[in-house]
Design a protein around this ligand. Structure first.
Ligand SMILES: Cc1cc2nc3c(=O)[nH]c(=O)nc-3n(C[C@H](O)[C@H](O)[C@H](O)COP(=O)(O)O)c2cc1C
Length: 209
């Protein structure tokens, strides 16, 4: 009986996810764009995989979303305090640190689009996530926003943080893409991500994907 119930539940969930067929028999394609910093950090110590990356991977697993990681090596090996100082300087200067895209499909295979600007056209739903740094997205994410036009898309912001929640991330995303449909955001404490996958599942289940 329990098995039947779980099977039905799994089916209902699959129908609400990105790869499910909607009423028009069309597939909604999802992408998760994120930045995440592995290394020394507040509350979690020296981590091998960043908190936001863990959430991005949950989203990919739950929805079949491909992944676009915003990669910069600018902060590699930095201790938490100097990183905070640098991030604050970058915010004051409204800096645009360089990044490289690392694109992978939901099953982990590398994706190399011929033209990255056209690449986003293939997605109906885009999750955008990052850590909160000084109350908003890290500046490298603003470099991404300046580089790629996601106006017209359905955008689902998410953050990991240690007290700020979404901070100014949702309003800053709306400013970056005034013609996108920026949905209500989701946030999770960084130190909770490893033990709270269920919170991400509950969020995803409640979305109209
Ligand atoms: C430079 C820096 C600035 C931060 N600023 C904030 C902040 O303003 N508010 C907050 O709640 N957490 C802040 N944090 C904590 C991070 O948002 C949190 O640890 C997050 O989960 C890190 O995600 P990541 O591992 O994916 O980079 C900051 C961390 C760093 C390194």
């Amino acid at each position: 009986m329990k098995k039947i119930f779980l099977t039905i539940l799994a089916g209902v969930f699959a129908l609400t996810s990105c790869n499910a067929q909607n009423k028009n028999e069309q597939m909604k394609k999802c992408l998760v764009v994120f930045f995440s910093h592995a290394g020394d950090n507040y509350s979690v110590g020296n981590i091998q995989v960043g908190n936001t990356k863990i959430v991005a991977d949950y989203i990919s697993e739950l929805t079949g979303a491909d992944r676009f990681e915003i990669v910069t090596h600018k902060y590699d090996g930095m201790a938490y305090k100097p990183l905070c100082d640098l991030a604050q300087e970058e915010q004051y200067a409204d800096a645009r640190p360089a990044f490289e895209p690392l694109i992978t499909s939901s099953n982990g295979e590398a994706v190399k689009p011929a033209n990255i600007k056209d690449f986003f056209a293939g997605y109906d739903v885009i999750f955008i996530g990052g850590p909160v740094w000084w109350g908003t997205w890290p500046q490298v994410m603003f470099t991404f926003f300046d580089t790629y036009d996601l106006n017209g898309k359905n955008l689902y912001p998410f953050t990991t943080h240690e007290g700020s929640g979404l901070g100014n991330c949702v309003s800053d995303l709306r400013k970056a893409y005034p013609n996108a449909d920026v949905k209500k955001g989701f946030s999770l404490y960084g130190h909770e991500v490893r033990s709270n996958k269920a919170k991400v599942e509950n969020w995803i289940k409640g979305l109209e994907l």
